[in-house]
Design a protein around this ligand. Structure first.
Ligand SMILES: [Zn+2]
Length: 313
């Protein structure tokens, strides 16, 4: 499926729908590019980028096969760093390092630079204490580990961004149950204030992400005009027949709508009609569903009134 969009001056853009699930091979590469485009506007604000990689002892990993636990641990890290004075913190989990072995580790970006050895030791100690009760660490004779690095180099920052945003859960079969549990899990987490101007620029081939950043914000990649997206998706094949030009991340530029189309074979005509019919049908379906829900709510309200206004759960 795909969603059509158009700007005020009639430029047409289509975006193909991604499922965005890590194990999905079909949209993995495009989902990754979109993810990069979503995080960059914030991460471009980090002049010095600090990168913390936190790993957990084998003994506690079974307890971490739970999205609620993962969300809580990431939040603890974001809070801890904010309390220690960092103004911007981003966290994202990697789930696997190699096939079948669940190895959750937390990637953290922050506005951090050089730390004195004692400051670094203190930070690592605070992370250990926040994420694993000391009694448990003693019991299993193992502990949370973290690795810290920092840079101001643009290429290095971009490599980190690509690495941290990539999927690591590449095959459902590695842990089918966990894959189900992670459905809908919001992996990336932000803390602090992210309203500064960009502190660095994309270089070389990474400049292609500038267009995707605009598209992710709903703007035309070249003109910067807002794109008005259709509310209902249409089948991807209807876009495919319209000479789409791939802009990356499954966004496509389409030639301006010909009006009226004058192709002798009438194919374009036929496709336009098909697309319009499909859009009208989808819209009618959505409206029908809304009307039905409203009617059901009215019946329920009437029934409740007859019961004497008592709320029934
Ligand atoms: Zn997919």
């Amino acid at each position: 499926m795909a969603i059509m969009g158009v700007t005020a001056t009639g430029q047409r853009i289509a975006k193909r729908v991604c499922c965005g699930r890590e194990p999905c091979e079909v949209c993995r590469e495009q989902s990754h590019q979109r993810r990069i485009a979503r995080v960059l506007p914030n991460l471009l604000q980090l002049d010095w980028m600090g990168y913390i990689d936190i790993t957990f002892p084998m003994e506690v990993r079974p307890l971490m096969r739970n999205p609620k636990v993962l969300a809580l641990l990431a939040k603890k890290v974001r809070r801890l760093l904010r309390r220690r004075g960092y103004r911007k913190v981003y966290t994202r989990w990697h789930f696997f390092g190699k096939p079948f072995v669940y190895h959750p580790h937390l990637n953290v970006f922050c506005d951090g630079g050089y730390l004195l050895p004692e400051q670094l030791a203190d930070l690592k100690d605070a992370i250990r204490r926040a994420l694993l009760p000391r009694s448990m660490a003693k019991l299993i004779d193992n502990d949370v580990n973290s690795h810290y690095d920092y840079t101001r180099d643009e290429a290095r920052k971009m490599n980190w961004v690509k690495y941290v945003t990539k999927a690591t859960f590449l095959d459902r079969e590695w842990d089918d149950q966990l894959a189900s549990m992670l459905y809908g899990f919001r992996n990336g987490g932000w803390a602090g204030t992210w309203n500064d101007l960009p502190a660095w620029k994309l270089t070389g081939t990474d400049k292609k992400y500038n267009a995707l950043i605009r598209l992710a914000k709903g703007l035309h990649p070249v003109l910067g005009e807002p794109i008005k997206w259709d509310s209902e998706p249409i089948p991807w094949v209807l876009i495919l027949t319209d000479n789409p030009i791939h802009l990356g991340g499954w966004y496509y530029r389409l030639p301006p709508a010909r009006s009226p189309p004058r192709r002798l074979d009438g194919l374009q005509d036929e496709l336009n009609r098909l697309r319009e019919r499909f859009q009208a049908r989808a819209k009618a379906r959505a409206e029908g569903a809304r009307a039905k829900a409203a009617a059901e709510a009215a019946v329920e309200a009437k029934y409740l009134a007859q019961l004497g206004g008592r709320a029934v759960r």
